[in-house]
Design a protein around this ligand. Structure first.
Ligand code: PMP
Ligand code: GLN
Length: 391
């Protein structure tokens, strides 16, 4: 977002993928998997478009999403974590997590207020806060383990804070916030009567050697009427193009976001919603399989980056390894990424695109580069060879 001209610029993902295509480079930039999602799920989507017994699959869906999806989301969380959600009032389907995030921010970020987020953050948080006319204040996650500093969070909250944005498991560090950390954040928010949006799109991508277990924020005492959670089928089922997401929380909070969603998309496409409902009812072992494959990719990339002389962080979850490039480059992470693209044919993303523009030049977050490992292992192997040669 360019505050001077008021225009929204192409995202770092768009630019990186365009750069990768232009240079015929290996794309470890944008976080989408090379794999297509399980065949049975793709078949469910193909079926849903032509089978009318599931409702009119090609006309407007109800604003909250088709009942089959809301029921499947409710049942899924009940089974996995004992969370009880009313599908009639506490679940709203959205056009990807991206729409849930935008609608939630527009529902609470008053113009002139401050919104607090941990940095790095998913880029849409910063853009939507700016579009709402609010100001983003960030609390950094720091190496070596990138855990949230809750004292710093407390200091960042002011009487003018309208909401807290957080993301666990975290993009790009893979940090899984502990139940205690979540409880503390909820407490700080409740004391100030502000809401917490918790983006949980990587909830199904947690490795078996993770140092912390994931608790959905809505299962933590104190979440009611304070927290909203965001989920996405894109990451859970390796179908990022389907753009099926959902928002969960108390009926009161969800209803407020629903008001905004009406004027973003009105309603989200029903056919993919139906297919995702099938997947949530029974993932047929896909979540476990996917995590095992991703973990191999993580280890391959992490060890390769270390071999190339970068200081790489092995994540507990998600699609990304962040690595500090100061050992191999005196330049900024942006300059490193530009050279890596043109000289080595590998695209990656400088973490400086995922922090506030006000972050000081010497901040260590500006020396980090994000590499995606949700790619074919042969691609990762080739990318590692190129990076090793380059450094
Ligand atoms: N939040 C985070 C943290 C993400 O990494 C992404 C990208 N997948 C999104 C939200 C957006 O998800 P979706 O593609 O479902 O809109
Ligand atoms: N979530 C993915 C990432 O972080 C892609 C997001 C996007 O392309 N908008 O790379």
């Amino acid at each position: 977002y360019d505050a001077e001209t008021g225009s929204v610029l192409p995202t770092i993902y768009e630019r990186t993928t365009a750069g990768a295509l232009a240079h015929q480079a290996l794309n470890l930039g944008q976080g989408f998997p090379d794999a297509q999602g399980p065949d049975w799920l793709l078949e469910a989507a193909a079926h849903s478009i032509t089978h009318h017994e599931i409702g009119p699959p090609n006309q407007y869906a109800p604003g909250l999403g088709i009942p089959a999806l809301r029921e499947a989301v409710a049942e899924h969380y009940r089974r996995r974590s004992g969370l009880v959600l009313d599908p009639e009032t506490q679940i709203m389907a959205t056009t990807g997590a991206t729409e849930a995030i935008a609608a939630t921010i527009l529902a609470w970020a008053r113009p002139g207020s401050e919104v607090v987020a941990f940095a790095p953050f998913y880029d849409s948080y910063g853009a939507c806060v700016a579009l709402a006319g609010a100001r983003l204040r960030t609390v950094p996650l720091r190496a070596p383990d990138y855990r949230p500093d809750l004292k710093a969070l407390e200091t960042a909250l002011t009487p003018n804070t309208s909401m807290i944005l957080m993301n666990t498991p975290h993009n790009p560090t893979g940090t899984v916030f502990s139940r205690e950390e979540l409880a503390r954040i909820l407490h700080l928010a409740a004391e100030r009567d502000i809401v917490v949006m918790c983006d949980e799109v990587y909830e199904h991508l947690i490795f078996d050697d993770a140092s912390h277990t994931h608790s959905p924020i809505l299962t933590v005492p104190g979440a009611e009427n304070v927290a909203l959670a965001v989920g996405s089928a894109g990451k859970s089922f390796s179908v990022t193009g389907w753009k099926v997401g959902w928002l969960t929380g108390s009926a009161k909070l969800v209803n407020r976001v629903r008001g905004v969603k009406q004027f973003l998309s009105f309603s989200s496409g029903p056919a993919f919603q139906w297919a995702v409902a099938q997947g949530l009812q029974d993932d047929q072992g896909f979540f476990a399989e996917n995590v095992a494959t991703l973990k191999k990719g993580r280890d391959l990339l992490h060890s390769g980056l270390e071999r190339a002389g970068l200081r790489a962080h092995s994540p507990d979850a998600g699609y990304f390894v962040v690595a500090d490039v100061s050992g191999v480059s005196e330049h900024s992470a942006e300059a490193f990424c530009a050279e890596l693209l043109t000289h080595a044919g590998v695209a990656a993303i400088p973490v400086s695109s995922l922090i506030s523009a006000e972050t000081p030049a010497e901040d260590p977050l500006r020396k980090l580069v994000r590499f995606a490992f949700c790619k074919d292992h042969s691609t990762l192997e080739e990318a590692v060879e190129r990076i090793v040669r380059f450094t």
